[in-house]
Write a protein that binds this ligand. Structure first.
Ligand code: 1HN
Length: 344
């Protein structure tokens, strides 16, 4: 590969003349822009311990009332992107949100898509597009872009959930904004998409909604994983994707969401792929080897893996399964024609 000319090789008066005209020579930056063979990764393998962050989140509950926070969140920031950018990866934002009994997070809608993975506590609910969705541990709740959403809590203990949004990419595109709204008139949840392969079909046309299913209960996802594992007793990976039940497409357009079961004692080498991913342990205990870094995942721990990086997950237990929630950038990479899978 030829060595290209450097900026310092150019006379100062020429560089100044370029800058005055808002011009930049490409060749000194070409190799950084297009590195050989694989991208320069800013995203670092990073681990966030729930045990370590939980007291800090509870302290935020004491320090900052809801009126001063609107959403009380500690963001899982990847140091490779500098913390104030609040990115887990190039396209993924992740944060732990706390709602205390009686609190209310007011209605708004925005251009980024969001999901919530409930971590602990009972009695909270989120109202999305007028549907009141109860929040229980392990449930996945969608807040697709443009839909009104607000959170309430009628229980007696703190409720915590993991928010995952595509806000970094939407912000980068200069398309990120929100609109505040009045409290929604809420209807009970419409749990009509809970049987695989069966969709409601009122005469004479099926109702067309972009996001027919907004809550994916953990009990059902977990049961599906157990059924899959039983049907394939070897060491085949056991994973489900959260999809739109009408179309089979990814539940949201930009990030993909999955649940993975590690059988007792299972060690799983994931294929090396271009999208970055976030792993969150719902149940059990596991190890994650991400490039050179090894993390131990306890319940409610979260870690992040850059793309183009080898990831191996291992269940620490030899008698109980481990369950992980995964969010990744696959739908975005596929739509942009950037998706790659490489042999190790
Ligand atoms: C948001 O709207 C929520 O509605 C949580 O709970 C986290 C992070 C960035 C931008 C919007 C919520 C968010 C967010």
């Amino acid at each position: 590969m030829t060595e290209l000319g450097r900026l310092e090789d150019l006379p100062a008066d020429y560089r100044e003349a370029l800058a005055r005209q808002n011009l930049v020579p490409l060749w000194p930056s070409l190799r950084a822009l297009l590195p050989p063979d694989k991208p320069q990764l800013r995203t670092q393998p990073t681990h966030w311990s729930y045990k370590a962050l939980r007291p800090l989140l509870m302290r935020a509950g004491e320090l900052t009332p809801m009126e001063k926070a609107e959403r009380r969140v500690l963001v899982l920031a990847n140091p490779g992107h500098s913390l104030e950018k609040m990115q887990a990866s190039a396209a993924i934002y992740a944060g732990m949100q706390l709602l205390l009994p009686g609190e209310w997070a007011p209605a708004h809608r925005h251009t980024p898509n969001a999901v919530r993975m409930i971590v602990e506590g009972d009695g909270a609910y989120t109202t999305v597009d007028g549907e009141r969705l109860p929040m229980s541990r392990g449930d996945l709740i969608l807040t697709p872009n443009g839909l009104w959403h607000e959170h309430g809590h009628e229980g007696s203990q703190p409720v915590v959930w993991l928010d995952v949004l595509d806000v970094p990419i939407v912000y980068y595109l200069e398309a990120s904004y929100h609109i505040d709204g009045p409290r929604q008139a809420a209807q009970p949840e419409q749990a009509v998409y809970r049987s695989a392969g069966i969709v409601p079909t009122p005469f004479f046309e099926r109702r067309q909604r972009d996001y027919p299913m907004l809550r994916y209960p953990w009990a059902q996802a977990r049961a599906a994983l157990e059924t899959l594992a039983a049907a394939e007793p070897g060491q085949e990976p056991v994973q489900i994707a959260y999809v739109n039940p009408e179309t089979g497409a990814d539940a949201l357009a930009i990030l993909g969401f999955y649940a993975l079961m590690l059988r007792p004692g299972q060690r799983l080498e994931l294929p090396v792929r271009s999208p970055a991913a976030v792993f969150h342990l719902i149940e059990g205990s596991a190890q994650a080897q991400i490039g050179p870094q090894r993390f131990v995942l306890r319940e409610a721990d979260t870690c992040c893996a850059p793309g183009f990086t080898a990831v191996t997950l291992a269940n620490e237990s030899t008698d109980a399964p481990a369950f992980l929630f995964i969010a990744d950038e696959t739908p975005l990479h596929r739509k942009l024609g950037l998706y790659e899978r490489r042999n190790p």
